[in-house]
Design a protein around this ligand. Sequence first.
Ligand code: CO
Length: 151
Amino acid sequence: MKKMNIVIAPALLAIAFGASAADNCTIKIKGDDRMQFDIKEATVSASCAKINIELEHTGKLPVTAMGHNVVISKNSDMAGVAKDAIAAGAANGYLPAGDARVIASTRLIGGGEKAQASFAGKKLSAGEQYNFFCSFPGHSTMMKGKLIVVP
Ligand code: CO
C-alpha cells in the first residue's frame, strides 16, 4: 500500500499543475526603451477570480521619457482612452481618473521598475474584443496587443 501511494501522488500533482496553467490568470508583459512590449497577444480566462497583470520595464530611460503602463479596455474604447490619457497629463499617470472604459491598469513606470495590478475575471466576457496597451502619449500605436478572453 505504501509503495502505491508514492506512485499516485506525483500523478495527482501533475494534474493539479496542468489545470492551473490552463487557467490563464496572469498577464506578464515586458516593455523596453524601444517603445515595445514583448508580446502582441495574451490569453486570460473570464473564470479567474482574479487576473494579475505583471509589467516589467527592462529599459533604462526614466518614466518621463519612456513611461510604460498596461491598460486594459475593450478594443472599441482603446483609441478614445489613449486620446484622453494625453489630456489627463503626467500628474495623473496619463490615465483619465475614474474612467469606466478602463477595465484595469498598472501605474506608469520607468526603466528598471516593475508594476502589478489585478482585477476580477468577471469584468471580462469571453468573445468580446479587448486590448492591452500603454497610455503614455504616442505609445499605444506600437505598444498594444490583443487580449483574448476564454470562458
Ligand atoms: Co509606454
